[in-house]
Design a protein around this ligand. Sequence first.
Ligand code: BGC
Length: 635
Amino acid sequence: MKLGLLRDKCRKKPMEGVKVNLARTTRRFSAHTIDEYEYIELPRSFEMNAGCARVSAQHTKFPEGFIFGVATAAHQIEGAWNVSGKGENVWDRFTHTQPEMVADLTNGDVAVDSYNRYLEDVEALEYLGVDFYRLSLSWARILPNGRIDEINPDGLRYYHALLDALAEKNIKPLVTLFHWDLPQKLQDLGGWANPELVDYFYDYSDLCFREFGDKIKSWITFNEPYEICEDAYGDILKAPGLNSHGVGNYLCSNTLLKAHAEAYHLYDQIYRPKQGGNIMISINSIWYEPSDPNNEEQVTLAETANQFKFGWFAHPIFTEEGGYPAQMVENVARQSEMEGLARSRLQQFNDYWIQRIKGTSDYLGINHYTTFLVTGPGVDPTAKSPSWLKDIGAVTTMEVGGDSASTWLRVYPSGFANLLRWCKRNYNDPIIFITENGFSDRGTLEDYGRISYYNDYLSEILNVIYNDDVNVIGYTAWTLMDNFEWRAGFSERFGFYYVNITDPNLPRTPKLSVEYFKQLIANRELPQDDRFKEPSLKAREDLHVDFDRVLNELSKPNARELARLGNHACPLRTLKFRSVNFGPFSLPLPQDASIRFNLGPGSQLQILSVTFERLRGAIFRSAATYLPLFKHIRQ
Ligand code: BGC
């Protein structure tokens, strides 16, 4: 069955006259009906089976020249933590001295042993057919104590060997200089809170450009400065976990942005003329949206939150004005004053540094995974005092979108499109390179959740490219294979390849998403094959949902609830249904039943669970699992 419906809100096109095929009926939506469903935003055609509807993409083909790759990071895959002259880094120290900080007590000592198995990994990359491979260099493998005065020849040898293996397969390297693994010796000096790190990073970058610049034409200075400064200096979420909230995080950003700028200028002036490559920074986003888009206060607060999260590092580099976002500087100053401090915890850069940092990235590198909602003004219940989170002055929630294996990762594809459009507006239409995007599960080989995530997020990228002229030129999936997922250890799996870490050979087994991504790259088009759809979403002759009925029921709750549904595109909501008909079963639901579902564009209309008061706590997660229950009830 196919349903094509309603309005494309992004393009403000009416949905009038769109054809809707239900199982046995075909119905045309009139303008009148459209008004009725004004807030139910299901802009594309989708298939509906057994309680689930899956949006099929509006655009499927990628523009000419668009490139695809996958990413990894040294500490998450290499292992060999103390061999051949490698120095200790902050993650080695953190996991060795506080092993309980990692969910499953694993660490990066062996990780997935890519130091020894890199040729196997290059074969996997070749199989996928990627245009490029994003990897990171381990600073402590190259410079064991972080300083240029001692270079580890084996570190250089290892990366040369890896780069040569990639070149042989015609896979371009995209290389990150710093992906969170600071040499411990530099941490002992204060790490990124110490302004001297600008010079240490300069020396390290200089060596890398000189040594590898003939083989590497695309560089990333820092991966996710927010996570480095906030999670590792302002909190305990990442190593070294200083927990200097509201202070260390801002000292870190001062140093990091200067270090980034100096490395950029070095490359730009000395190496680019000879080597002809490009260099950027990768900024992570949690995109914030107002919980109620009609609530002005929430809209303003969501904007503040985005300036605090993304703007913290993007504003100094990508705006005309430069420097930290004014709103951020103002908020921290106000909070600091209230705390009785003599000076603000966040100082704006002086003119020299504002100019020096501005414009120092060839592309806007974006890592994106998820969206959170802003529910109102105040102090987030999880905020420490003082802290970056408290400085925002908004209460946030993760109650949005679908699940993954990571609590922080909510599946909400339209948030990605909103972020990309926001970047276009705020940063003068930059060239955007997606440097990470991906989904976690617990490690299944039939990883339909991952495929659906990629499909829906990529579909949003296509939407903004074609509908909004957002200039996105490349996409990097996180990640090649399951790896040491920082404090989650191996309990959360993001890989295309499954790695069995209980087997000493650490075999890499392709998941279904390998085939999906391979086909995507080969055809430069979102695969539409049935084999990539979760079985419960595949066409089933014997079952169907009476979607008319569902829509009717949806139109009954109060308008406010509908407005929230529509504008949030893909929220998780629980609504009470009096009945839902499942084709042959056509069952009235008992009074006490409620249905939880995903609704919205870029994702799925999917009934996630049916809950009965009488069976409180019994949640049935998929169509496949709740259908038998219906039978049971009928009896
Ligand atoms: C990081 C990766 C990490 C991934 C999933 C990104 O923030 O760059 O290192 O594994 O998210 O958590």
